[in-house]
Design a protein around this ligand. Sequence first.
Ligand code: MN
Length: 379
Amino acid sequence: MSVIKINMIYTELLDIPIKRPHQFSTEKVLEKSFVLIKIELSNGVVGIGEGTTPGIWWNGESVETMKLVIDKYIHPLLINEDITYIERILQRMNRQIRANSFAKATVEMALFDALGKLYKVPVHQLLGALYQDRVPVRWALATGEDKGDIQEAKACIVNNEYVNFKTKSGKEPPEDDAKRNLRIAEGINGISSIGIDPNGSWDRNTTIKWMEHFFEAGIDFLEQPLTPYDMEGAAMLVDMKKVPIMADESLSTVEDAYTLAKEKAANIFSLKIHKSGGMKNTIKIAGIAEAAGISCFGGTSLESSIGTAACLHAFVTISNLDFGSELFGPRWLADDPVKQPLTIKNGFIHIPDKPGLGVEIDEEKVEKYRRKEQGEVIV
Ligand code: MN
């Protein structure tokens, strides 16, 4: 095959409404913003990717910073490069641009989509091939109060949509949060279970105090209870040998994974392709977890079917994804900018088998949700 080069890169911002307000520890969101990237090859094949973050509070990046970093700094590194040299492109990106992992993951996604389409194979075949073709999905209860969360969980079970759940915490003082979570666990006792995610907003003393109660209530895991800077505190919680401790905000890079493993500061790694700079890094992190006896959980940055497909292509190659995933992004959004959204059925998300990421952009929806420039006339 003759050399196929990268010809053009386009980015644009989309704002897509969500089905119901989502309460994080720091803010309530009503819509989700995305940067959409298209990478066009010299033979006309177009790879797509999507960047998004829970919010700028999460790690300092936003869709606006991602777009700027891609347009101004990554774009020149890609033009005229041979698409088959993705690892070399990624290494060059890392040397020339520090941090900005969400922006890098967005680019990597489009590179692999393009390469998969070129070779006519799904991305998971380029990443290491299948371990499984579907992954369990845990739904996030985030109505903001216990009764609403219990009701929502029961409805999901009755409708055969999701089997177990995660709660968002951190809006209230830790003590109240702990009690609210125990009420939710009690409310669905015998039919389901929850993991708790305070997004780093709890303190050591409160977490230690309530650990025994969480253990008895059958809480599946505590995700990033303490600030990501408190690795010693996380190691203390792991040492209690009660509820498994998951690292999320404290785990981004491959090096973070090594440090967490060495310091025995996590029982579970929350894998997310955006925070780790892409699918390849995510799989490397799963390898470190495997060596250290740490389980993995397929985390989300609440992507549409485009980004969720990329997460899934990485996750289906990982054998120690013991805690399933939270890849419910496409169901959480009120609309999905693709022609055929990913299939989430009976608590599982299924891997598409078409070439590349296996999802196709719906240009009408992209136009509908495209962020209009100031002063732009909307017709
Ligand atoms: Mn989290």
